[in-house]
Design a protein around this ligand. Structure first.
Ligand code: NAP
Ligand code: G4F
Length: 412
């Protein structure tokens, strides 16, 4: 199913949301493949290009392959102008107000950017006659919301549970509508949660790994979290941008689920992250009174709780046994973890006996998505895609990066 591009002039890609987590990894990938990359950035009062600074080229240099151009998904005229100038071969629409909890605070704004942004681009493509341009829409596993099936696959009905998810549902359907109405190459990648050291600081994974680094360095007392029971199918963003690119290289435009096929609780992520820093957490109490307590700080961490749900390609569900969970594996085998983070914990204040994690209901959502677990079988078969980084490696990569930043005196 993979399309062989004819050898021809330089391919051009336009990325909206290039300053975000995924935009930065995708820009790296495309530059590495020889593309000319254009990134749409919105004006801000402080410079917000830190994730792509390492890719930046002075526009006065020769052979510039990354160019940034001002625009906004809320402004159709800016999108029109950009498409007229760039006439890209591929458009990756990654720009969004992407925070689910925040979408309850700014629902109308979220809809403008996250829902209508997509149709502004599609309509501009149509008006400009960009018939050969291929369009990728960053759809989300949040569409499955109150999951009607486990695991979730391309055919699972949607049940959005937030203004963000409702906006993404519009963008999903308008992308499909333009494909079917006008024969455009426009596809949705329904991506499950993907993380990494560049993840925004207020998403739960990064919030945890930054706090672990700060606590291990003796600079923070405690971490406050919301729903510890929520389960997510977490993968590595670097792997997921590869899937986006592959989706635009197929002969026929089709939508895909991109996931790892494993799900873990927030509590489990937290335990493994502290373990990486040499701090063993035990959990006591229930609901809002639940606490994570340091039972040892030796530089060699073990995790007390684990458990995973893994989706088989056949849709089977193995529940709560913990056989394939990294965290559970550590818990069972008492495997030791040693890392730079552990060394810092050894040198810093010994947190043993201290309450390190507490629940704060302010982080609860008016409507929660309790369980996300994707079935990536179709992507494996048709795109030849599969994730390379597993859950435990992901947690360790993120903790190590934040610890290194803390050690270098940077705000992680
Ligand atoms: P992110 O880090 O929050 O990045 C969002 C990007 O959108 C940023 O570059 C942001 O610019 C830009 N943006 C926001 N409002 C804009 C506007 N009005 N006009 C133009 N650009 C705007 O998100 P991400 O994690 O990289 O995710 C990329 C996309 O995938 C998003 O659409 C997200 O909803 C979707 N998605 C993400 C995941 C995930 O787990 N990461 C899973 C499924 C789907 P600033 O830097 O100026 O804020
Ligand atoms: O990290 P989160 O904020 O990500 P969420 O809501 O799953 O959304 C992310 O993934 C989606 C794909 O499924 C993307 F479409 C979306 O753009 C975004 O990238 O929260 C994950 C879970 C939730 O159940 C939340 O209730 O963690 C729970 N959680 C518990 N304590 C917390 C916290 N989430 C945050 N942000 N902060 C907490 O303190």
């Amino acid at each position: 199913m993979t399309y062989q591009w004819p050898a021809r002039i330089q391919r051009k890609a336009l990325i909206t949301g290039i300053t975000g987590q995924d935009g930065s990894y995708l820009a790296e990938l495309l530059l590495g493949k020889g593309y000319d990359v254009w990134g749409m950035v919105r004006r801000s009062s402080t410079i917000n290009t830190s994730r792509i600074d390492h890719l930046y080229q002075d526009p006065h240099d020769e052979d510039v392959r990354l160019r940034l151009i001002f625009g906004d998904l809320n402004d159709a005229s800016s999108i029109n102008k950009i498409l007229k100038v760039v006439r890209p071969d591929e458009i990756y629409n990654l720009g969004a107000q992407s925070h689910v909890k925040v979408s309850f605070d700014v629902p109308e704004y979220t809809s403008e950017v996250t829902a209508l942004g997509a149709v502004r681009i599609l309509e501009a493509m149509r008006e400009l006659g960009l018939e050969r341009t291929r369009f990728y829409q960053a759809s989300s596993s949040e569409l499955f919301g109150k999951a009607q099936e486990v695991p979730q696959r391309e055919t699972t009905p949607f049940y959005p549970r937030s203004p963000y998810a409702a906006a993404k549902a519009y963008a999903f359907h308008i992308t499909r509508t333009y494909r079917e109405s006008y024969g455009m190459f426009a596809v949705n990648g329904i991506l499950f949660n993907h993380e990494g050291p560049r993840r925004g600081e207020t998403f739960v994974t990064r919030k945890i790994t930054r706090a672990v680094a700060a606590i291990a360095a003796g600079r923070q007392e405690r971490l406050f979290l919301g729903n510890l029971d929520a389960r997510r199918d977490w993968g590595f963003a670097g792997d997921y941008v590869e899937a986006m690119w592959r989706m635009l290289q197929t002969e026929v435009p089709v939508d895909f689920v991109i996931a790892t096929g494993e799900t873990h609780t927030v509590r489990e992520f937290c335990g493994l992250a502290f373990a990486r820093a040499g701090i063993t957490l035990a959990w006591r109490g229930k609901k809002t009174a639940e606490q994570g307590i340091a039972v040892s700080s030796s530089g060699q961490g073990t995790v007390e709780q684990g458990g995973t749900i893994a989706s088989g390609g056949d849709g089977s569900l193995e529940q709560g046994i913990g056989v394939s969970s990294a965290a559970a594996g550590i818990a069972k085998q008492g495997t030791t973890v040693h890392s730079a983070a552990a060394d810092i914990a050894e040198q810093g204040a010994d947190p043993s006996g201290r309450v390190l994690v507490e629940v704060d209901p302010r982080y609860f959502r008016p409507c929660e998505v309790e369980l996300l677990l994707g079935d990536p079988t179709k992507a494996k078969e048709k795109l030849g895609w599969q994730p390379r980084v597993g859950f435990r490696e992901l947690v360790e990569m993120m903790v190590d990066a934040d610890v290194a930043a803390a050690g270098a005196g940077k705000q992680p």
